[in-house]
Design a protein around this ligand. Structure first.
Ligand SMILES: C[S@@+](CC[C@H](N)C(=O)[O-])C[C@H]1O[C@@H](n2cnc3c(N)ncnc32)[C@H](O)[C@@H]1O
Length: 253
C-alpha cells in the first residue's frame, strides 16, 4: 500500500538574518535555462503509475521508491514524475512533497544540528539540502569570504561526462543546512531530478533512526576514502570510526 507522504515545509531558521527557502533558487552563475529545462521524461499513466505504462517505473533503473515511499537503491539516477507526466498522484513523488515532520534544530557540540522527534526508517526521505545554486567561480569567491561551510558540491558522472552542481545555503536555505557531518552517518545525499535538469539534493536515511537522534551525513560522500582527504577542522562526531578531522570539500577548486 502506498502511504501518502504529503508534507509541507513549516520549518524556519533560528536566526532571523537568514532567509528560509524550501527549494533551490538561482544564484550568481546559475544557468536559468538549465534550471527551467525539465528532464525529457514523462509518463502517460492516468492515476497511479503502472509498470505497463509508466516510463519511470517500468524502465530499468527508474523504479525509485517502494510502496511505502522508501528508496529502493542508492545506485541510480533518480527522476521523479513531474508536471509533464499524465499521472496526478503516484508513488514516484517523494522529494517534491517536502521534508518530513518532526525535525528539530537544536544546539549541540557542533553548533546547531538537525534532530528528529520521530523514528525514521531506513530508505525514508528526510529533507532536501536547498539553497542558492551558484557556479564554481562564485563558490570560490564566497569561500574566500570564509563562508564555505555551507557550500555543497556534487559531481555526477554521466557516460564519461561530469556534471557539477553547487548549492550554497549560507544565507538562503532550508533545514538541510543544519545537518552535521558524521564518520558513521545515518543518512546520505542523493541527487534527485524532478522538474529541472539541476538536481535537488535529497537526504535519505541509510539506517533506522531513533527518536531524538541527530541526523548526519558524510561530508566526503559515499565511497570516498576520507582518511586520505581530511581538512584541518577537528571532527566532533564521536563515532567509533571517527577520522578525527572533517573531510576536505571535494570538487571545490
Ligand atoms: C552545514 S554546517 C552544519 C550546521 C552547523 N553546525 C551550524 O551550526 O549551522 C557545517 C559546519 O558545521 C560544523 N560541523 C559539522 N559537522 C561537524 C563535526 N562532525 N565536527 C565538528 N564540526 C562540525 C563545521 O563548522 C562545519 O563547517
Amino acid at each position: 500500500m502506498f502511504i501518502n507522504n504529503q508534507r509541507e515545509d513549516n520549518y524556519d531558521h533560528i536566526d532571523d538574518s537568514l532567509i528560509y527557502s524550501s527549494t533551490n533558487i538561482p544564484g550568481p552563475g546559475c544557468n536559468i535555462n538549465d534550471l527551467n529545462s525539465c528532464p525529457n521524461h514523462m509518463c502517460i499513466c492516468t492515476n497511479l503509475c503502472q509498470t505497463s505504462s509508466c516510463e519511470y517505473i517500468s524502465s530499468p533503473g527508474y523504479n525509485n521508491y517502494d510502496n511505502f515511499g522508501k528508496l529502493i537503491s542508492i545506485n541510480r539516477f533518480i527522476y521523479e514524475c513531474n508536471d509533464l507526466c499524465k499521472c496526478t498522484s503516484c508513488q514516484n513523488r517523494i522529494v517534491q512533497l517536502g521534508p518530513r515532520i518532526g525535525l528539530r534544530i537544536s544546539q549541540c557540540s557542533k553548533g546547531y544540528g538537525l534532530f528528529t522527534d520521530i523514528c525514521i526508517e531506513k530508505g525514508q526521505f528526510v529533507c532536501e539540502y536547498a539553497g542558492e545554486i551558484i557556479d564554481l567561480i562564485e563558490a570560490e569567491r564566497r569561500s574566500n569570504l570564509d563562508h564555505e561551510n555551507y557550500i555543497f558540491v556534487i559531481n555526477e558522472h554521466f557516460s564519461g561526462n561530469v556534471t557539477t552542481t553547487v548549492i550554497d545555503s549560507t544565507i538562503i536555505g532550508n533545514i538541510g543546512r543544519y545537518i552535521n557531518h558524521s564518520c558513521e552517518p545515518n543518512c546520505m545525499i542523493i541527487p534527485v531530478r524532478v522538474d529541472s535538469l539541476i538536481p535537488r539534493l535529497a537526504i535519505f536515511a541509510i539506517k533506522d533512526i531513533q527518536c531524538n537522534e541527530e541526523i548526519t551525513y558524510h561530508y566526503g560522500g559515499e565511497g570516498s576514502h576520507p582518511q586520505n582527504n581530511l581538512s584541518k577542522v577537528k571532527c566532533l562526531c564521536e563515532s567509533l570510526s571517527c577520522n578525527s578531522f572533517l573531510p576536505r570539500k571535494t570538487g571545490l577548486f
